[in-house]
Design a protein around this ligand. Structure first.
Ligand SMILES: C[S@@+](CC[C@H](N)C(=O)[O-])C[C@H]1O[C@@H](n2cnc3c(N)ncnc32)[C@H](O)[C@@H]1O
Length: 280
């Protein structure tokens, strides 16, 4: 069994200390369009590793973000994360965005299923954020979508757009996967975290790992953006998930209701929390 066995541990060590050999391979499909895709994605957002990442994100936002006001989520996808965040922060009004009409439809259905009434979804290209009125949001989140950028300058474009929309002193969160150091490591991560949710989801996860930015690449992009100096962290071990947080205040942790469903998810969540414990 691969799960946290010696083989996987070797991959974690290689990922932490090995040289970066895997080059970035931008994804062909940027926008999610089809029903099978969103069904497999949504399944993982409920019962799989994606739900674990969402849980970590909710923990982080409740820790460092504002608890009321207006929030914007860039490229909301299935809307599961945003619905869970909206339930966790009932005094905040959330606007989720996506370029895909299909994903907007899925996201609205998600919000209804979760019973999140403080969230709405609108069609919006993340590369055209200048079409929205400036300085209107207390919180902006950009989750697991940076790896959809074809070029490095596209990342800076979104960062500039998001910065313009934030109120002065507002909080910005970005999180995404980190590109594995080698092809076999990418496969090991996909086997570990993304198997069993359907063939499209498995392949999409693998493609996403390969399209992701390394920690150093994002560090250098941040330095060229209005978010230079923001807190940028990765887990001590594991090294496959990175968080950027630009926040003026370090709020107190609010207790939140867990959305995790299985003991395996809870174990993975605490491993992830442990990975960030030194800095978070
Ligand atoms: C992997 S999903 C991430 C969804 C969600 N943020 C999450 O954390 O689960 C990426 C989403 O980005 C959307 N997307 C891709 N290109 C976009 C663009 N230019 N503008 C807005 N959304 C875009 C896709 O349609 C898809 O729904």
């Amino acid at each position: 069994m691969l799960r946290f066995g010696p083989t996987f541990f070797t991959y974690l060590l290689r990922q932490r200390f090995g040289p970066q050999r895997l080059r970035r391979q931008p994804e062909m499909d940027m926008v999610m369009l089809d029903e099978e895709q969103d069904r497999e994605f949504a399944l993982d957002g409920e019962f799989g590793a994606l739900a674990v990442v969402y849980e970590m994100v909710i923990y982080a936002v409740l820790r460092a973000g504002p608890h009321s006001g207006k929030a914007l989520d860039i490229a909301s996808g299935s809307g599961q994360l945003l619905s869970k965040l909206a339930l966790s922060l009932p005094e905040m009004r959330f606007t989720g965005t996506d370029l895909s009409d299909h994903m907007l439809h899925v996201a609205r259905a998600s919000a209804r299923t979760y019973g999140a009434s403080n969230v709405e979804f609108i069609k919006q290209d993340m590369f055209a954020l200048e079409t929205l009125a400036p300085q209107q949001f207390d919180l902006i989140t950009w989750s697991l979508a940076m790896h959809h950028c074809q070029r490095q300058r596209d990342v800076i474009r979104v960062l500039e757009g998001a910065h313009r929309l934030l109120k002065p002193g507002g909080t910005f969160f970005l999180w995404d996967i980190i590109r594995p150091k080698t092809g076999p490591t990418a496969v090991a991560f996909a086997d570990m975290y993304n198997r069993g949710r359907g063939s499209w989801f498995y392949q999409d996860s693998l493609d996403s790992y390969k399209a992701a930015f390394t920690f150093q690449e994002l560090d250098s992009l941040l330095a060229q953006s209005p978010f230079a100096g923001a807190r940028h962290i990765q887990p001590t071990l594991g090294n496959f998930f990175q968080i950027v947080c630009a926040s003026q205040s370090w709020g107190s942790q609010r207790p939140f209701r867990s959305f995790l469903k299985t003991p395996t998810q809870r174990l993975d969540y605490w491993m992830l929390r442990l990975g960030f414990a030194r800095e978070w």
